[in-house]
Design a protein around this ligand. Structure first.
Ligand code: NAP
Length: 327
């Protein structure tokens, strides 16, 4: 079955509205007990099940996620899917420093190309803004790499609206990746409409709220200290109980489509006019296979609205400090 395609920004990069996040593919610094084999299998499962955007980053396993994604995609036609990665983390001093210096970003892109074993990236994101580099200069470095054919679309991640405006002074920015889910709706009021108006695609991360929005959790949940979910505010009260209550409103809609809660939530994002590609992560191939079926779920306007309303309280509940904050 051929699925709908979306276009990234003002480029000719195409993808399905459902991608695959790979921070748990080799991301040993983010999650405990990951196996390389599971990571390789889940990336292949994505590509075998019609997913056409892979999202990785240098910082996921400090290059290991990119290496595994590079290996997994080896048997697939490189032109048949889009590949996104990110960089800005400089560990040369022994600790993580965010660095958007044009020379550093250029070297990061070259290193990512090697690890991914490819000669172009469909999207390269500046993973976090630094404090010192003029934003348009950082983006200018990526524009030169685009002119050399090494990247096809320029992305920003974790930039505020003002920082996006500054970075896009020359109109080179094509896509922004930031946290957005039914539980984290802060960007709906300003950032997302701005991007739409300027033909910049929006790619939300943590769309399943790290698994919470799959509907698989009940009132009693704990995570080990080395699992990033142990620090996430969504799993702490009162937010956690509020989320469980809202998730219950999705269940009858999921049942009506013979779909899971996760598939229904992913379908909701794909019908949000302000969202371009939603990139759920996964730990195992079976999760990816299940999530890919969301490409075949279409909600009615009334169902879309019911879910929107069930989670409308989260438009005003502030998210607190984001896990993605580098410091
Ligand atoms: P997520 O998509 O909200 O949640 C993914 C997790 O949910 C999986 O690892 C899995 O965890 C669980 N899950 C997924 N599908 C499931 C299913 N069908 N049934 C049951 N459980 C399921 O969070 P994320 O993976 O952390 O974020 C998505 C992607 O966004 C990342 O992979 C990464 O590429 C990107 N990201 C980007 C940034 C940035 O700064 N740009 C920051 C964070 C993430 P369990 O099996 O352990 O429950």
């Amino acid at each position: 079955m051929t699925h709908k395609q979306v276009t990234i920004g003002k480029t000719d990069v195409q993808a399905t509205p459902l991608g695959l996040g790979t921070n748990a593919v080799g991301g040993y610094n983010l999650f405990p007990n990951l196996k390389d084999e599971d990571g390789l299998n889940l990336v292949k499962a994505g590509l075998n099940n019609g997913i056409k955007l892979l999202d990785t980053a240098y910082v996921y396993g400090l290059g290991h996620s990119e290496e595994l994604v590079g290996q997994a995609m080896h048997d697939f036609d490189r032109h048949s899917f889009a590949l996104a990665t990110k960089g800005a983390q400089d560990f040369s001093s022994g600790e993580q420093v965010i660095n958007n210096d044009p020379k550093f970003l250029t070297a990061q892109v070259e290193a990512s190309l090697k690890r991914l074993n490819t000669d172009y990236l469909d999207i390269y994101y500046i993973h976090f803004p630094d404090k010192q580099t003029p934003k348009a200069e950082a983006v200018g470095a990526l524009q030169r790499l685009r002119e050399q054919g090494k990247i096809r679309a320029i992305g920003l991640s974790n930039f505020s609206l003002d920082q996006v405006k500054e970075a896009n002074a020359d109109g080179y920015v094509d896509v922004v990746e930031d946290e957005f889910s039914l539980l984290h709706r802060d960007h709906e009021a300003d950032l997302m409409p701005y991007l739409k108006d300027h033909q910049i695609s929006f790619v939300p991360y943590f769309p399943l709220a790290s698994g919470l929005l799959t509907g698989k959790y009940d009132q009693d949940v704990t995570f080990p200290a080395d699992d990033i979910r142990s620090q996430i505010s969504d799993f702490q009260e009162p937010r956690y109980s509020q989320a469980l209550k809202a998730i219950d409103a999705i269940r009858p809609i999921a049942d009506a489509h013979q779909a899971t809660v996760a598939q229904t939530v992913l379908a909701w994002y794909m019908q949000d006019p302000l969202v371009s590609v939603v990139i759920p992560g996964a730990k195992r191939a079976a999760q990816v296979e299940a999530n890919a079926q969301a490409l075949d779920v279409t909600l009615s306007d009334a169902e879309y609205q019911t879910i929107d309303t069930a989670f409308s309280g989260f438009k005003t509940i502030t998210s607190g400090k984001s896990l993605a904050d580098p410091d």
